[in-house]
Design a protein around this ligand. Structure first.
Ligand code: MSP
Length: 511
């Protein structure tokens, strides 16, 4: 049977500033999905990268007094470092200043031109450099101090008048609406879908897709006074990585993407402009665009003026990598906004990881090491309580699968923690420490049952906490194949187990 393909992307991150919690969030979420799909045995292509052109990046380089290429090299390397620290398992890292991307973006331009979707005109209107976005006057507000800002983002807008090429976005209004209608799952969550549909229904204007007032971008083929609008350039990254325009390389078959994971503020670019470009270029559309919410920090928006950007790397150093990954994916229903606080992070680590999963594993494994010969104990006849717990564990992968398909990490984790709670209750009830004196055969069956449950927990939790679950599966002497399919084989009795140690230390807050 041919393996199912799964292509997932993060947005490519602007390199005007250092990576922070928001970027780590999108990447960790995409990583969990990529890893889950690998566990399913799918053929996965996971792409991330950096968005390096445009006025905003050019201005940041100038402010740093560095040549833009040198500046983007530096910041892109920092994003790659964050991905490494967060254990992001991307298969490729794309930079829009690479030659492969310049070629691909220019080929897309030529294709759009050939299809008659591009014309030359003059742009006159509002532009927000921070958002790299054009706004209609109705989408802006004048603040008491007289500055005009984009209402949705708060970014300052400036009136721009310059020659520009336009993309005939207005011609795609009906086609886009028909696509949303025929593919109800194309934009998620539902509230975002409704927002996009009403935006498109309200009427689409043609989109300015080139700039002449600065030069840090990909030159427009045949008219080098213009550079391509950074969003046209950026969105094309998803096709560049598949080998556009030839589409003959090893990644070509991954197109169309299964999922573009994005933050809520960039849904319009992914669910309106990008599909319209693709339609004009005669390419298939991605299957799904999912938008997640935003994090505030201790109740405040992260911003330059507050200087409260959180870099996740020191958090990882302080609390542990998988602890941070777990928190990000568990704390907030995916799609909603959330608040980051040290208190919430520590609370989760202690309650769910140290006292929950960690304690369950430690109680079971250290007991086996001390009292049951340090090997997977032999299983005797199963009692009703064993059957009930094993059935919960058996049903778990299917429940997690259903939640992951809906991109509901919190629900997947809730299902998993239900089984942890049931296993905790089981161990208390069966009390293997008492059985040790009265009935060692029964004690072994109880411990076997717990090992079997821990194995399932370890396998389904790998996408969320790859390192810690790798350790747990090592402690259970699970072989190299740690996929969902491998759970079909029963845990082998008598397998010697290595000496276990604690997975998640309890965090004690000083002061
Ligand atoms: N360069 C564009 C994307 C181009 S994709 C073709 C861009 N970059 S970004 O660096 O500004 O943001 C990238 C991602 O980080 C978005 O998904 C965004 O939602 C996420 N976050 C940035 N700040 C965030 C929070 N405070 N909270 C959660 N995620 C946020 O947009």
């Amino acid at each position: 049977m041919k393996k199912q393909s799964y292509y997932i992307s993060t947005p490519i991150y602007y390199v005007n500033g250092a990576p922070h919690l928001g970027h780590a969030y999108t990447s960790t979420a995409a990583d969990a999905l990529a890893r889950w799909n690998r566990l399913e045995g799918h053929n996965v292509f996971f792409l991330t990268g950096t968005d390096e052109h445009g006025q905003k990046v050019e201005a940041a380089a100038r402010a740093a007094g560095i040549d833009p290429q040198e500046f983007t090299d530096r910041v892109s390397a920092d994003f790659q470092d964050m991905a490494r620290v967060m254990n992001i398992s991307n298969d490729d890292f794309i930079r829009t200043t690479e030659a492969r991307h310049k070629k691909s973006a220019q080929a897309l331009w030529a294709k759009l031109q050939e299809s008659g979707a591009i014309y030359l005109g003059k742009y006159e209107g509002w532009y927000a450099v921070r958002d790299e976005a054009f706004y209609d006057e109705e989408e802006t507000t004048v603040k008491p101090d007289g500055t005009r800002v984009a209402t949705a983002s708060g970014a300052e807008v400036k009136w721009v008048v310059e020659p520009s090429y336009f993309f005939k976005l207005s011609a795609f209004q009906d086609k886009l609406l028909a696509h949303y209608e025929a593919n109800p799952g194309f934009i998620a969550p539902q509230a975002k879908r409704n927002e996009v549909v009403s935006f498109v229904k309200s009427g689409l204007r043609d989109l300015s897709i080139s700039r002449t007032s600065f030069s840090w971008g990909i030159p427009v083929p045949g008219d080098e006074r213009h550079v391509m609008y950074v969003w046209l350039d950026a969105l094309q990254n998803y096709l560049t990585a598949c080998g556009y325009p030839e589409m003959t390389g090893p990644r070509a078959h991954f197109w169309p993407a299964s999922l573009h994971l994005v933050g809520k503020e960039i849904i319009r670019f992914h669910a309106v402009y990008w599909p319209a470009f693709l339609m004009a270029a005669g390419m298939d559309l991605p299957q799904r665009v999912f938008s997640h919410g935003w994090w505030t920090v201790e109740g405040e928006k992260m911003s330059k003026s507050l200087g409260n950007f959180i870099d996740v790397r020191p958090l990882v150093a302080e609390f542990g990598l998988d602890q941070v990954r777990y928190f990000l994916l568990r704390e907030v229903p995916f799609g909603n906004d959330g608040d980051f606080s040290r208190k919430a992070l520590i609370g989760r680590i202690n309650a769910d990881l140290a006292n929950g999963l960690g304690n369950l594993a430690q109680r079971t494994l250290s007991f086996i090491a001390k009292n049951a010969g340090g090997a997977v104990p032999p299983k005797g006849e199963l009692h009703e309580a064993d059957h009930v717990l094993l059935a919960l564990a058996d049903e778990l992968p299917e429940k997690v699968r259903a939640a992951m398909e809906r991109i509901a990490f919190h629900e997947a984790l809730n299902e998993i923690w239900r089984v942890i709670a049931a296993a905790d209750a089981y161990i208390d009830h069966q009390a293997p420490w008492s059985l040790r004196k009265t009935d060692t055969a029964r004690m072994n069956t109880v411990l076997y049952t717990l090992c079997a449950v821990l194995r399932v927990l370890g396998v389904v939790l790998q996408p969320f906490m790859p390192e810690a679950m790798g350790k747990l599966l090592d402690y259970l002497a699970v072989g190299e194949d740690r996929s969902l399919a491998a759970l079909d084989a029963p845990l082998a009795e008598g397998t010697p187990l290595p000496t276990p140690s604690g997975l998640f230390p309890r965090v004690v807050e000083a002061g």
